[in-house]
Write a protein that binds this ligand. Structure first.
Ligand SMILES: Nc1ncnc2c1ncn2[C@@H]1O[C@H](COP(=O)(O)OP(=O)(O)O)[C@@H](O)[C@H]1O
Ligand SMILES: [Mg+2]
Length: 322
């Protein structure tokens, strides 16, 4: 499937290719319009030029401008590219090739029709429970695979969950493993009003308990996304400051999980300052018709103590998803 254009690609090592100039990419692919816009880069739909296939071979290509302050390609980014190349799962976006040009990095990956954020905006309210089940299952299968392969995502949110339409159903693909964050500046600083969202961030990340930050932090985000599909909007919405969000989290989850002793000194301070009378039993308590099994699973994902939070593997065995 790879294009045979050795005159364009100067050096190629597996999926990593060095381009003398970014514009030479158009010798290999044809521009098909914008697919999406993120915090770090714009994503376009492209068609492979050299293809003998009957159907057009399309991909998504993410172009990230390299931060001039970072000389060369950080070794961590190279490591991450090789890591992503090895991740092969139906629910993880597959990276085809990576082109490194003097001022930008172009990642070519399989194409998806939309992302969960745009899809939920289109629906404009809660999703149907059976759809929530199939999407959550797929999200957990993808995350479980990553965790089994010692990779964690760190930035799971609806905009990074892609959806491919296939025979009238949605195939979910986890995307955006943070490659761009390593060698770029957020686009919002220069071009777009996109802001980095903190609404899916685990309490241990807010509270800076470094030794606590492991696979469980992805499960917190999965819990937020799972609950958002029932609610039709982000569950910790309403606050934009770090302190506001963490307070909101505590107000809505302490009823369920008062164990914050392991969340460091900052956690203790917030706990002390918290107006306990305002707490709610859980983020979906104001909704009717949410199956009890779904609430139970959500609470296990939103356990404040990361050591007590359910794992992706554990969640896949939960009766609500069986
Ligand atoms: N493979 C893809 N196919 C279709 N659209 C994509 C693909 N990858 C990303 N997008 C769209 O582009 C947006 C930004 O991409 P992302 O990789 O998340 O960039 P960023 O690191 O800037 O957040 C996504 O939210 C999605 O809407
Ligand atoms: Mg993104």
């Amino acid at each position: 499937m790879l294009a045979k254009t050795p005159d364009v690609v100067v050096r190629s090592q597996g999926i990593i290719n060095i381009l003398p100039h970014a514009e030479r990419i158009w010798d290999i692919y044809e521009h098909q319009g914008e697919a999406g816009r993120g915090v770090y880069g714009s994503v376009i739909k492209v068609k492979l030029r050299a293809s003998t296939a009957k159907e057009p071979v399309v991909f998504a290509m993410k172009r990230t401008y390299r931060d001039e302050a970072i000389a060369g390609i950080p070794p961590t980014a190279i490591r991450e590219i090789s890591l992503l190349q090895d991740l092969r799962h139906p629910n993880v976006i597959r990276i085809e090739r990576v082109f490194i040009a003097p001022e930008s990095i172009l990642v070519v990956m399989e194409y998806a029709d939309t992302d969960l954020q745009r899809y939920m905006e289109k629906i404009g309210g809660p999703l149907e429970p059976c759809e929530i089940k199939t999407l959550t299952r797929q999200m957990l299968e993808g995350i479980n695979y990553c965790h089994m392969n010692r990779t964690y995502h760190r930035d799971l949110k609806p905009a990074n969950i892609l959806l491919q339409r296939c025979d009238g159903k949605h195939v979910l693909k986890i995307a955006d493993f943070g490659l761009s964050r390593q060698f770029s500046y957020p686009l919002s600083q220069k071009h777009t009003p996109c802001v980095v969202t903190m609404l899916y961030r685990a309490p241990e990340v807010f509270l800076g308990a470094a030794e606590q930050q492991t696979y469980a932090l992805d499960m917190w985000s999965v819990g937020c996304i799972f609950a958002e599909m029932f609610k039709g909007k982000p569950i910790f919405e309403g606050e934009t400051s770090e302190f506001g969000i963490i307070l909101n989290i505590f107000l809505q989850t302490v009823g369920a999980s008062p164990d914050i002793r392991n969340l460091g000194e900052k956690g203790q301070q917030i706990w002390t300052a918290l107006d306990k009378k305002r707490t709610k039993p859980h983020p979906l308590s104001d909704l009717e018709d949410v199956p009890p099994g779904a609430i139970d699973l959500m609470m296990k994902m939103l356990a404040l103590n990361p050591q007590k939070r359910i794992t992706a593997h554990g969640a896949l065995q939960h009766p609500f998803l069986l």
